[in-house]
Design a protein around this ligand. Structure first.
Ligand code: TXA
Ligand code: MG
Length: 318
C-alpha cells in the first residue's frame, strides 16, 4: 500500500528537525525525531516542560526495544509481546543509543509501541524512534482530537496529523521492569488486572506523588476548579455552590438530577467509554469558563482506576 502523502510530509518534517503532532490510541503526541537533540529540546520548550521530566520514546516494532534498552528483562519481553502495539509503556535501562536529553539524564528510558495506524505509518516512514509527550501545554488536560492540539499548541507545531478521536482516551500505563518485580508508575489505558494476569503475579505500585517525574499532584487540570463527588452528593453540592453564586458544570453518567441551569455533559457509565470521553468532556465544559466542574467518577475497576487517578490530579490544589 502506498504511504499517505501526509505521512510522508510528516516524516520529512521530523527528519528536518521539526515537530509533528500525531494521533495515538491513548492521546495525541507531540513528536520529534528521538535521534535529534535540537528537536528533542524544542519539544520541552513548546510544552513548557522542565528538562528533567523525561519523554516516552515511541517505536514502530517490538525489535527496536532491543536497541534502546541496555538489557531487556524477561518481564519486558512478555509484556511487549502480549500488549504491543498498545497503551503500555515499559521503563528499562537505556542503551547508549538513547540521547541523555530524552531521559532527563536518567539511566532508564520509557518505551512504547502505539497501535494507531497513523502513528505506526509515521514511525515506519521515518524509520526510527519518535519522542512524544502528550501534545498539550505542561500540566493541562491531554488532547484526544487534532482540534484539541491546534487549540493548545497552535503555530508552535509544524504539522498536526488528524487521526480522529483517540480510542482509549487516557495516557498509557507505565510499568518499570528494571527490578525483580514489575512496578506500575502511572495508571493508564492498560488495566492493572490485565498486566497481573499476564505476569502471573501481583505488580507493585508506586503511584505516590513526587516519586516519579510527571506524577505531580496537580496535573491534567482544566481552568475551572474540579470537585470529585459521588452520585448521591451531586445534586446537593451543585445546589450549594449555585446558592453561593458560583457557576457550576457537571461531568457525570446520564440521568443525574440537577438544579435548573446547571450544564451537564453526560459520559458513558462503563469505565472504557468514560475514559474515551473524559478529556473531551472536561475541555468542553471548561470552555464555558464555569467556576466549578463537579465530576462523578466511574467505577474504580479496569481503566476506571486510571480515570479516577486523573480526576484526583485534576482536582488537586494548584
Ligand atoms: O499515552 C501516552 O503515554 C502518551 C502518548 C503520546 O504516547 N504520552 C504521554 O507522555 O503521556 P507524557 O510525556 O505526557 O508522559 C510521560 C510520562 C511522564 O510522567 C514521565 O515522567 C514518564 O512518562 N517517564 C518518562 N521516562 C521515564 C523514565 N525513564 N522513568 C520513569 N518515568 C518516565
Ligand atoms: Mg502528559
Amino acid at each position: 500500500m502506498a504511504t499517505d502523502p501526509l505521512v510522508q510530509q510528516a516524516a520529512q518534517i521530523l527528519r528536518a528537525g521539526g515537530l509533528v503532532a500525531f494521533p495515538t490510541e491513548t492521546v495525541y503526541g507531540l513528536g520529534a525525531d528521538a535521534r535529534n537533540a535540537d528537536a528533542v529540546r524544542r519539544v520541552f520548550a513548546v510544552k513548557g516542560r522542565p528538562e528533567t521530566h523525561p519523554l516516552i520514546v515511541h517505536i514502530g516494532s517490538v525489535d527496536e526495544l532491543f536497541s534502546l534498552a541496555r538489557e531487556v528483562p524477561a518481564a519486558a519481553r512478555l509484556l511487549a509481546d502480549r500488549f504491543w502495539p498498545g497503551p503500555l509503556t515499559l521503563v528499562v535501562e537505556k542503551s547508549d543509543a538513547v540521547l541523555p536529553c530524552v531521559t532527563g539524564g536518567q539511566a532508564t528510558v520509557a518505551v512504547r509501541m502505539p497501535s494507531h495506524p497513523l502513528a505506526l505509518a509515521l514511525l515506519r516512514e521515518l524509520g526510527g524512534p519518535i519522542v512524544a509527550p502528550s501534545a498539550n501545554r505542561f500540566g493541562r488536560v491531554s488532547p484526544t482530537t487534532a482540534e484539541h492540539v491546534r487549540a493548545d499548541l497552535g503555530g508552535d507545531v509544524d504539522m498536526v496529523l488528524d487521526g480522529g478521536s483517540a480510542e482509549v482516551g487516557v495516557e498509557s500505563t507505565i510499568v518499570d521492569v528494571t527490578g525483580d518485580r514489575a512496578r506500575i508508575l502511572r495508571l493508564g489505558g492498560l488495566a492493572v488486572e490485565e498486566l497481573e494476569r499476564t505476569l502471573g503475579e501481583p505488580v507493585l505500585a508506586n503511584l505516590d506523588e513526587g516519586r516519579v517525574p510527571g506524577q505531580l499532584p496537580s496535573h491534567y487540570a482544566p481552568r475551572a476548579k474540579v470537585l470529585v463527588v459521588s452520585e448521591a452528593e451531586l445534586a446537593e453540592q451543585a445546589e450549594a455552590l449555585a446558592r453561593q453564586g458560583a457557576s457550576v458544570a457537571v461531568l457525570a453518567p446520564p440521568g443525574a438530577a440537577l438544579p435548573a441551569g446547571t450544564k451537564l455533559r453526560a459520559v458513558p457509565s462503563d469505565p472504557a467509554g468514560y475514559a474515551r470521553e473524559l478529556y473531551a468532556g472536561l475541555r468542553a465544559l471548561d470552555s464555558d469558563q464555569p467556576d466549578f466542574i463537579l465530576v462523578v467518577p466511574p467505577e474504580a475497576r479496569g481503566i476506571g482506576r486510571a480515570v479516577a487517578d486523573r480526576l484526583r490530579r485534576a482536582a488537586a490544589p494548584r
